[in-house]
Design a binder for this molecule. Structure first.
Ligand SMILES: *[C@@H]1O[C@H](CO)[C@@H](O)[C@H](O)[C@H]1NC(C)=O
Ligand SMILES: *[C@@H]1O[C@H](CO)[C@@H](O)[C@H](O)[C@H]1NC(C)=O
Ligand SMILES: *[C@@H]1O[C@H](CO)[C@@H](O)[C@H](O)[C@H]1NC(C)=O
Ligand SMILES: *[C@@H]1O[C@H](CO)[C@@H](O)[C@H](O)[C@H]1NC(C)=O
Ligand SMILES: *[C@@H]1O[C@H](CO)[C@@H](O)[C@H](O)[C@H]1NC(C)=O
Ligand SMILES: *[C@@H]1O[C@H](CO)[C@@H](O)[C@H](O)[C@H]1NC(C)=O
Length: 494
């Protein structure tokens, strides 16, 4: 009975002491006993009482000395002032921030503690280097190891010998058995500007961004199927071994390493020879089409018209070899006087003006070669178009030319002339019957006396010599008189 009483007394006293300490001291830690919900939160932010013990709200965790609720490294932190568990970590943002190792610190891969990164200063050395050791006030890896891209591990550089257990500097590289660290299949070793190396994706390998692709002139291309792969940029083609992006030349003949480059630029016929694009034998580069075309000089022979031949190919361009073994121009082609060329003539089927080009002043009209407008065929040369006559005295070859152009005109000594008693009026472009002195007339230009230098005009319906200064319209009276008389005449005629 006494024992029981004693223990009850003790329990009561202890509880009382504890209660007094806790209520007055406000010094609860995480793990401390508690009696009400607010007991904990008054001492430690973000804590509450659970099963008579102070605990942190999720996702907070107790600090090392249990006097705070903190956020573990790498976990989301609600506010900038949130205390991170690691002394060398901080909440990196107010909005959607995370507890992250501070600048120059990185997480140790195993312990997840924030330590000095490789390459960072370790002066004072109150915080250990994450890997390697502090040498010359700097966290350094033992030779020949190098820091990995996160700076939290000493690893073997690409190309360096490694032990199989060792990590390679790039996550896309493997340590061969006792061999060097080499990039995995689908990756290629490339050098950064600072001389360090890394593995990037080869042409054809899947990628996320342009930076992933190893090759010069390559980029991360979105394919139609929704995949993205490293491919050559526009203006470049993939080499046959798929290891390089080769430039497609812009100007003939350009420089090349592979036929593909020439095909891309100058058509499938052109090949790369001696590091220059060229056309195959029998072909030549055409500036017009930008491709290799059948070579005129190669495709045709040298035998001129009426010269000896065995086959068509012996003869010059646009000529063929007839049975008597002589060259003749093809239909709608005519030989030049030296018989060294067959030139186009009207009626030659054409696809463009250039087909008719050997015919002067020609064009391709509705699929046939013809003279340009205002040109007519030279009767002496069916490959020559000459200007159509327009005014009296122009060159002509037929009567019709003059008649067609200026009505009452004919061709005399290769020049157009108006018929006798007709004269050419420039303003009308025609030959007009000449009205003599005192003849009836309607317009000044009808009055004309051949060889007479004095000017004639049509006065009151008759051709007269122009009176000196009287026709000058500066005299109103004269005009009025003329008008009245003119009206009178018209009325009389009507
Ligand atoms: C904060 O840290 C997280 C985790 O390390 C990271 O994903 C995020 O980009 C960082 N935010 C800022 C603003 O630095
Ligand atoms: C040009 O290339 C094609 C295809 O690559 C090949 O068949 C041909 O023999 C080549 N010609 C020359 C002259 O190199
Ligand atoms: C290739 O080019 C070099 C230098 O331009 C020249 O000496 C050589 O004859 C060329 N070879 C051929 C096959 O054209
Ligand atoms: C005919 O004209 C064409 C084109 O001007 C010229 O090449 C050719 O020599 C001429 N022929 C004659 C016979 O004058
Ligand atoms: C023209 O007519 C005028 C007067 O009407 C006259 O004097 C002149 O002789 C005539 N001339 C001719 C060439 O008929
Ligand atoms: C006619 O006009 C010209 C100049 O227009 C002048 O020199 C001349 O004297 C004039 N003649 C008469 C007769 O008025």
């Amino acid at each position: 009975m006494i024992d029981k009483r004693v223990s009850v007394f003790f329990i009561f006293s202890f509880s009382l002491i504890f209660f007094i300490i806790c209520v007055n001291g406000q010094s609860r830690l995480i793990g401390s006993e508690c009696w009400s919900y607010s007991d904990c939160s008054s001492s430690v932010l973000n804590s509450y009482c659970k099963n008579y013990r102070c605990v942190c709200y999720s996702p907070y965790i107790p600090s090392q000395n249990l006097n705070m609720c903190t956020i573990a490294t790498g976990e989301p932190c609600p506010t900038l002032s949130t205390v991170c568990y690691d002394n060398n970590a901080r909440c990196n943002s107010t909005k959607k921030g995370y507890c992250e190792c501070k600048d120059t610190f990185v997480q140790h891969t195993d312990t997840r503690v924030c330590l000095r990164a490789i390459g960072q200063s370790c002066t004072g050395a109150e915080v250990a280097c994450v890997d390697g050791s502090c040498q010359n006030d700097k966290c350094q890896c033992p030779q020949p190891l190098v820091g990995n891209s996160f700076g939290n591990r000493c690893v073997t550089a690409l190309g360096e010998n490694c032990l199989q257990s060792q990590e390679c500097a790039d996550p896309h590289a493997t340590c061969e058995a006792n061999g060097p660290c080499i990039c995995n299949d689908g990756f290629r070793q490339v050098q950064r500007a600072d001389g360090s190396t890394l593995c990037k994706r080869v042409l054809g390998a899947a990628c996320d961004e342009d930076e992933d692709c190893a090759n010069e002139y390559s980029f991360c291309e979105s394919m139609r199927q929704g995949t993205t792969i490293c491919n050559c940029r526009e203006g470049y083609v993939r080499s046959t071994d798929t290891k390089k992006c080769l430039a497609v030349p812009l100007l003939w003949p350009g420089s090349c390493e592979e036929n593909l480059q020439c095909h891309g630029a100058f058509g499938s016929l052109s090949n790369c020879t001696n590091f220059t694009c060229s056309c195959p034998i029998g072909y030549e580069f055409s500036e017009n089409s930008g491709e290799c075309v059948l070579s005129i000089s190669q495709y045709y022979g040298k035998s001129r018209i009426h010269e000896y031949c065995n086959i068509d190919y012996d003869c010059i361009q646009h000529a063929f070899c007839r049975e008597q073994h002589t060259c003749l121009c093809e239909p709608y082609y005519a030989p030049t006087p030296d018989k060294g060329m067959c030139t186009a003539t009207p009626g030659l089927p054409c696809s463009s003006d250039s087909v008719c080009a050997t015919m002067t002043n020609s064009e391709c009209v509705q699929g046939l070669c013809a003279c340009k407008i205002n040109f007519i065929l030279d009767l002496k040369n069916s490959s020559n178009c000459i200007a159509r006559p327009v005014i009296e005295g122009d060159h002509c070859q037929t009567q019709d030319e003059c008649y067609d152009a200026m009505d009452r005109a004919h061709c005399v000594n290769e020049r157009c002339h108006c018929y006798t008693n007709y004269h050419f009026v420039l303003g009308l472009g025609r030959c007009i019957r000449s009205r003599d002195l005192n003849d009836t007339c309607q317009a000044d230009y009808e009055c004309f006396i051949k060889g007479d230098s004095k000017e004639l005009e049509c006065q009151f319906g008759r051709c007269r010599y122009r009176l000196e200064n009287t026709s000058s319209s500066s005299n109103p009276t004269t005009i009025a008189v003329i008008t009245i008389l003119g009206l009178g005449i018209i009325r009389t005629i009507l």
